[in-house]
Ligand binder design. Structure first.
Ligand code: CP
Ligand code: NVA
Length: 306
């Protein structure tokens, strides 16, 4: 049974094939070519223990476009939120539906659903990883830069779920990645180790620093994300003070290549991790990136549920 829990569990070939499938599905979608036979009659459950705009809407829309159906299952409403075990939930859902996406806190909970159920599981974000985001990001970078290998991505800000998955994804496909985070807010060790391991094969160059200027120098892609991820709201005041030197503004963007693109997984907090000038400026591709969540995830759905 194939799942998408962490990109570490996918080969670089699987990642590249999925991006290609995403490109094909996007082309068909843009040209009025229906592909609603691909998951005809399949049902995907969407468990959300955290808020979402893009993930929810792109999965629901994607399932419809593929001929399937989706069920939104907020943990506020299902028994999981009242203490039914992950194992019992996974076993029960496996009797009704063909796959499940889950957005929650612990990566181990997503793993538990996969281990206990008998249907494919997709990680729709945990505190540790956001693999669906990064597949869409890679598709977006390829769209703009024509290739992935040798492209330099600079991630500036919090060493969070998005940064962890970017490290692994970039290293797997042979992209160079520089991550600038304040001391104490680095990416998790598992993702760092996995990325360095993958880089041995792909010859991707990985740089970890606390200096945003050094990371962004000559980058093809500048990427940031919120300083206050879901579940960390109580740390906001402290974090804003620490992260202010990591803001992506016009001065920082000037250090990247002149044709660099700006990316953000969204939602963005303007005036904090990015200025209006950058996110609304000509280098920003954030809405193409958001759109590609739809196409890339449809490719994942076809691969896992098809
Ligand atoms: N980028 C992303 O996952 O957005 P949502 O939280 O809106 O799903
Ligand atoms: N790092 C952010 C991503 C939101 C899509 C969070 O976890 O809240």
């Amino acid at each position: 049974m194939k799942h998408l829990l962490c990109l570490s569990q996918w080969t670089s070939e699987e990642i590249k094939e999925t991006i290609k499938m995403g490109e094909k599905l996007k082309f068909e979608n843009k040209n009025g070519i229906w592909h609603n036979h691909l998951l005809k009659g399949k049902i995907l459950g969407l468990i959300f223990a955290k808020s979402s705009t893009r993930t929810r809407v792109s999965f629901e829309t994607g399932m419809y476009q593929l001929g399937g159906y989706s069920l939104f299952l907020s943990t506020d409403d299902i028994q999981l939120g009242r203490g039914e075990t992950l194992s019992d939930t996974a076993k029960t859902l496996s009797r009704y539906i063909d796959g499940v996406m889950i957005r929650t806190f612990k990566q181990s909970d997503v793993q538990a659903i996969a281990d206990c159920g008998t249907i494919p599981v997709i990680n729709g974000l945990t505190d540790s990883q956001h693999p669906c985001q990064v597949l869409a990001d890679l598709q977006t970078i390829k769209e703009y830069k024509g290739k992935l290998k040798g492209i330099k991505l600079a991630y500036v800000g919090d060493g969070n779920n998005v940064a962890n998955s970017l490290l692994i994804g970039a290293a797997k496909v042979g992209m160079d990645i520089a991550v600038a985070t304040p001391k104490g807010y680095e990416c998790e060790q598992y993702s760092v180790d996995t990325a360095f391991e993958a880089a041995k094969e792909s010859s991707s160059e990985i740089t970890l620093t606390d200096d945003p200027a050094a990371a962004v120098k000559d980058a093809d892609v500048v990427y940031t994300d919120t300083w206050v991820s879901m579940g960390m709201e109580s740390e906001k005041e402290k974090r804003v003070k620490i992260f202010m030197p990591y803001q992506v503004n016009s001065n920082l963007m000037k250090l990247a290549k002149p044709d660099a693109i700006f990316m953000h997984c969204l939602p963005a907090y303007r005036g904090y991790e990015v200025t209006d000038e950058v996110i609304d400026g000509p280098q920003s591709v954030v809405f193409d990136q958001a759109e590609n969540r739809l196409h890339a995830q449809k490719a994942v759905l076809v691969k896992l549920l098809g």
